[in-house]
Design a protein around this ligand. Structure first.
Ligand code: NDP
Length: 433
């Protein structure tokens, strides 16, 4: 904490992992001897750069760009880019740190990284977003490569931004290097199911947690925070599996629609028109919009936080439990505060931490890289089947690892230990580098 002052999100992410590793370090004294913990907490590289761009009126703006290559023991750096005004080095380091373990438990050959900028795409025209992305990539490109570092999307970076970023990379490098970025449009070397993968994968993970408890998603009342990429496709899969989704949100407020959210309306408002979620209520008169509301106060059986970090605190967790919630699947990264996680564990509800539950996104990015490397394009059905198998395997691995260390219902222990173990073994093999 002294070496990384002011980076509270990063401190929180590291603490949450390190606290669970005691039994592994006990079993493997060689990890301490080779200072694996100290090494794993220090990013391999951190790049910070200026991103100048001009708005539609010709005014010049300066943003700050980041790319943190956290760990490349298992493969090239891999992790998304976040464009949000709240982004600072601590955000990128927390996300990069989480990504190391998440990527490891997918079993794919991927290192961990994250990047982004304190740029706010909200309210910006397509041309402004294009100029920003081009300026961002004009610096970032020299640090990327399909064997070096492969970014993707995250908050504020969707299909449009990936298009502009890849276009500029291709232009500067004179190479059509598809495998340098994932989340591309399937029309130009992207993978089907990548857009849906994080949300679908998270619903699959919740389904697996419920199966262990001899239960199912079918017929359950669900709430999903956010209304971006992860939230929309989490809702889509929940609906396909027979659940009823009654609420979603954005950073301004919450929509509560007891008869069931109309996903087509959310998709049009958010993916095409780029509007606010409050507009949903003007189209569906029986839905209620709660400006600045707390979505976790709405009764449900399954809760899926799919917006941002620390959006679900201890009070909200206790409210969910009191309202009869039986399962939580984290589509977002670190959305539940430590107090909230403790409450879920005490209540013994099925709690799937983001590191495991939202790993379907990066796993499908690895499938996109496979298709790029073999100049192939898989069908939607085949790719979704692969995603479902991967989520089943991740669940199994977390469950078994947690059981080995004393508590099969604790997926936090399961995901942290199994991810750490893989990375630590590779780091040991490579010597002191
Ligand atoms: P999007 O930008 O598509 O959507 C984000 C959603 O969350 C929006 O509805 C947004 O509302 C809301 N949101 C963002 N910041 C805040 C905030 N500070 N307070 C309240 N609401 C907020 O991003 P994604 O759906 O891609 O990402 C959502 C989460 O999932 C993030 O935690 C991300 O790290 C994680 N994730 C994403 C993956 C992916 O493949 N995209 C993979 C794995 C994890 P508004 O529009 O008002 O800002």
């Amino acid at each position: 904490m002294q070496r990384n002052p002011g980076e509270s999100d990063f401190h929180q992410a590291v603490k949450e992992v390190v606290e669970t590793l005691g039994p592994v370090l006990h079993k493997h004294p060689e990890y301490a001897e080779h200072k694996i913990i100290e090494r794993i907490c220090e990013p391999e590289r951190q790049i910070i750069f200026r991103v100048p761009w001009q708005d539609d009126n010709g005014e010049v703006h300066i943003n700050r760009g980041f790319r943190v290559g956290f760990n490349s023991a298992l493969g090239p750096y891999k992790g998304g880019l976040r464009f949000h005004p709240s982004v600072y080095l601590g955000t990128i380091k927390f996300l990069g740190f989480e990504q190391v373990f998440k990527n490891a438990i997918t079993g794919m050959p991927l290192g961990g990284a994250k990047g982004g900028a304190d740029f706010d795409p909200k309210g910006r025209s397509d041309s402004e977003v294009m100029r920003f992305c081009q300026s961002f990539m004009t610096e970032l490109y020299r640090h990327l490569g399909e064997y070096t570092d492969v970014p993707a999307g995250d908050i504020g970076v969707g299909g449009r931004e990936i298009g502009y970023l890849f276009g500029q990379y291709k232009r500067i490098t004179n190479r059509y290097e598809s495998g340098v970025i994932t989340g591309k449009n399937p029309h130009w070397s992207g993978s089907l199911v990548r857009r849906e993968a994080t949300g679908y994968g998270c619903a699959f993970f919740v389904d697996e947690m419920l199966k262990v408890r001899h239960d199912t998603i079918e017929g359950k009342i669900c709430i999903v925070s956010g209304s971006g990429n992860v939230a929309i496709y989490a809702m889509e899969k929940l609906l396909a599996l027979g659940a009823k989704v009654v609420a979603c949100s954005d950073s301004d407020g919450v929509i509560h629609h007891p008869k069931g959210i109309h996903l087509d309306t959310v998709k049009r408002l958010k993916e095409i028109e780029r509007h606010r979620i409050c507009d949903y209520a003007s189209e569906h008169k029986d839905a209620q919009y709660i400006a600045g509301g707390n979505i976790w106060d709405i009764p449900c059986q399954i809760a899926m936080p799919c917006a941002t970090q620390n959006e679900l605190d201890e009070r909200s967790a206790r409210q969910l439990i009191a309202n009869g919630c039986i399962a939580v699947g984290e589509g977002a990264n670190m959305p539940t505060t430590p107090g909230g996680v403790k409450a879920f564990h005490e209540a013994k509800i099925a709690y799937g931490p983001g590191k495991a539950a939202n790993a379907g996104g990066v796993a499908t990015s690895a499938l996109e890289m496979q298709q790029n490397a073999s100049r192939d394009a898989w069908s939607f059905e085949f790719t979704e089947k692969r995603l479902q198998e991967i989520m089943r395997n991740i669940h199994h691995e977390c469950y078994e690892t947690a059981a080995e260390y004393g508590d099969s219902s604790n997926y936090v222990i399961g995901s942290n230990i199994s991810g750490f173990h893989r990375v630590a073994e590779a780091m040991l093999a490579f010597g002191v580098i």
